[in-house]
Design a protein around this ligand. Sequence first.
Ligand code: ATP
Ligand code: MG
Length: 449
Amino acid sequence: MRLSRYFLPVLRDVPKEAEIVSHRLMLRAGMIRQQASGLYSWLPLGYKVLMKVQKIIEEEQNRSGAVQLLMPTIQPADLWRESGRYDAYGKEMLRIEDRHEREFLYGPTNEEMITDIFRTYVKSYKDLPLNLYHVQWKFRDEVRPRFGTMRSREFLMKDAYSFDLSKEDAVKAYERMFVAYMRTYARMGLTAIPMRADTGPIGGDLSHEWIVLAETGESAVFCDNRLLDKPIPGQDTDFRGDLKPIFDDWTSLYAATEDMVDMAEYEAAVPEEHRVSARGIEVGHIFYFGTKYSEPMKATVTGPEGKEIAVHMGSYGIGPTRLVPAIIEAFHDEAGIVWPVSVAPFEAVLINLKAGDADSDAACEALYDELVAAGIDMLYDDRDQGAGAKFTTADLIGIPYQLIIGPRGLKAGEAEIKHRKTGERETLPIADAVARIKGLIEPQRKTDI
Ligand code: ATP
Ligand code: MG
């Protein structure tokens, strides 16, 4: 992408309304624009990151055996009357009436609709287990939308729903999602800790939330610090096999959010030197809730003995539009964002320090073409601007590697690479630049963890 033809409205000043660093940086880096309280447009740079985050989520959902579909954002109120949640949900639900005075709502979640789809088509236990998911916008009329897209009213959510014949099978489905979530966060470079959680309005009796530790987080959390460097289940994990040992291993160490913590239990379970009591951001939440929806909504299958059995369900949510600021909270410095390669809007930026000069343009054009052909997601700063402005932008928007072509280096046949994360600089022959950039980036894409 040529920066001269891109749309990157960076701001020089720190926006006053933004209280936390991720919100400030998302505004300054031209990633989002607030349209009304809790409603955001995703500008090109932000949207690119959001789509990379979504793709990782989809890949790991698919790997675990979940199947993607897409449900609408607007749902009929009658479905929610069947489950009893239409009245229970309260003011967070945005209620809508159409021209025929029929009642609708903008979905805050999709348990009812997916249960309706399930009961329409699935009739036999032989079709189980089944896990269906979508990535779709949700609306919750939050009392206090804040921190940019961290807590917005309209937000993107991946929500998956599992259907099984028994509690025992449903727990296996839960374990598959648990492992898929561990892999998902790790691929984004995040350390997210699974914690025992409250089930809230979704209901049920088994639930975990994933928390990224951050001072600006909204939840107080209590955990064992040995969870922070536990190895993540690899891509060769057999999702058709028994995942209980992995689940037990992760859940054997204490971790609970403030709603669930029992201080005496915490202190008994975690030796003092391993205790972490900190703040964190909830980036995902999974639930097993049995027949809470399948019974009232009559989602049954014929079991092996010919009896009608209400299916056991779970739901599994993860918020891409919250993950983007959570990643920034974890990875930034005074100069701006420091993206992990796997979610960076561009993997490298080619900086032409003498744009407009025929030799410099020719060298940069050739390099750019080669880098793109080598599969690198490239930004090319071909703008007619001073070096200072170019470096400031590259640092602010957090591109992992800057490949710099300056007039002096060009004469000597040399380029410079700046590592955004460490500030380290290296000089190398221009002829070696493509291979070097490739060599730096490929191992960090984390497609193979
Ligand atoms: P919270 O406790 O933060 O209000 P929740 O427990 O109500 O969230 P869930 O129903 O568990 O949220 O939603 C699943 C995921 O969707 C959350 O883990 C989070 O990543 C995301 N999410 C929920 N609410 C919002 C929001 N208002 N803005 C952005 N993302 C959200
Ligand atoms: Mg939650």
